[in-house]
Write a protein that binds this ligand. Structure first.
Ligand SMILES: *Cc1c(COP(=O)(O)O)cnc(C)c1O
Length: 375
């Protein structure tokens, strides 16, 4: 059976976890958390990265920092994971969904402006499959209309738009280190902060509303309760697991790109014949091979494809059911404009197995079976 995902493991994880244990510092903000934060800062150029317990929590932190209040409106695509919306719904905001572009499955930047009302507080682009949204346009609109931008870059680490790291354009960005993502710590994430002015507030909210981070840096002699907050710090044991992979990030990225490119090459003929569609990568974007998907004609054909692959020991999966069609989506949100592509395109999409270490022979076998299905 070829699994859909295998969590990344490079070999040094257990050694690093043991080091965290030997340091007798297994709570948050230990050695490895610092190393992870510094790695992310150096790699992306963000002013500050803070490791969190998940990307969901990084988005919640961002919503708190953006001071989202009941009645505020937040614009995002409906084709995304529930966490993108949850973070803002928890603050009482109304979610305004807009349609996606069929080529990248990202928010259609041309539809954002007409979704803005006098209640709109921020825009949340989601970089689907690690392929950047049209950030120049989105940032220009946000600046002109005085909106904040919070990037859901859960899938976007190691990917860029015009040479700049995803997650570093908006006021805040959020990465995920869930086991299904390119680099993992089981459950985990990171908040990226663009402007230094927000760093102290972020540290305080992440540490139960206290200024403990400043205390540990020796900047103050006792710490106290400063603001509302929560606990968004992962254990240093989890941070240690992640560090083993960040150290090898380039190798992991190249390995995933090998698989992605092999799929892309192997499926070219089917795409040219118009039987399937393969991912489109805009010229401005370098992607991180987070995902390889193919699009079938419609949902019936897709269901048959997934069944066929399963019978041949290949686990492939479909992806998001658009949020506006879910009970909570109807309750907390509205779709602005026409759903031209969100539902239709999401029903056509199948994700193929892609993970660090997936063998060429396995990729070739999957390509062969997809051809057999379309014959
Ligand atoms: C994975 C993912 C999340 C959630 O990440 P967690 O770390 O599991 O909380 C949010 N948004 C998108 C687009 C994702 O792919």
């Amino acid at each position: 059976m070829i699994r859909f995902n295998v969590p990344p493991y490079t070999g040094k994880e257990m050694e690093y976890i043991k080091q965290a244990v030997d340091n007798m510092k297994i709570c948050g903000d230990g050695e490895f958390t610092k190393k992870d934060n510094e790695w992310i800062e150096a790699k992306t150029g963000t002013a500050k990265a803070l490791l969190t317990t998940s990307c969901t929590h990084a988005l919640e932190l961002a919503a708190l920092l953006a001071d989202i209040k009941p009645g505020d409106e937040v614009i995002m695509p409906a084709y995304t994971f529930v966490s993108t919306a949850d973070a803002f719904v928890l603050r009482g905001a109304k979610v305004v969904f807009v349609d996606i572009r069929p080529d990248t499955m990202n928010i259609d930047e041309k539809l954002i402006e007409e979704a803005i009302t006098d209640k709109t507080k921020c825009v949340v682009p989601v970089h689907y499959a690690g392929v950047g949204c049209e950030m120049d346009t989105i940032m220009e609109i946000a600046k002109r209309r005085n909106l904040m931008v919070i990037e859901d870059a859960a899938q976007g680490i190691m990917a860029t738009y015009k040479g700049k790291a995803l997650g570093t354009f908006g006021d805040f960005g959020a990465f995920s280190f869930h086991e299904t993502k390119n680099y993992s710590m089981g459950e985990g994430g990171a908040l990226l902060i663009r402007d230094e002015a927000h760093i102290l507030d972020a540290e305080i909210i992440r540490e139960k509303g206290t200024n403990r981070s400043q205390f540990f840096r020796g900047q103050i002699d006792k710490y106290t309760w400063m603001n509302y907050g929560s606990s968004y710090l992962p254990s240093d044991m989890n941070a240690a697991y992640l560090y083993a992979q960040l150290e090898m990030a380039d190798a992991i990225n190249e390995d995933r790109l090998r698989v992605w490119n092999r799929y892309n090459e192997g499926m070219k003929d089917l795409a040219l014949e118009g039987k399937i569609e393969v991912p489109f990568i805009p010229e401005e974007c370098t992607h991180n091979a987070h995902m390889f998907y193919i699009k079938s004609r419609d949902i019936e054909e897709r269901s048959k494809l997934i069944d066929f692959l399963k019978k041949n020991d290949i686990l492939s999966v479909f992806h998001y059911v658009p949020l506006h069609s879910a009970p909570a989506g109807r309750k907390f949100g509205r779709f602005n404009g026409e759903d031209k592509f969100t539902t239709k395109e999401s029903e056509r999409l199948t994700r193929l197995p892609l993970y660090y270490g997936l063998k060429d022979t396995q990729v070739d076998y999957i390509i062969e079976k997809v051809h057999e299905f379309y014959k």
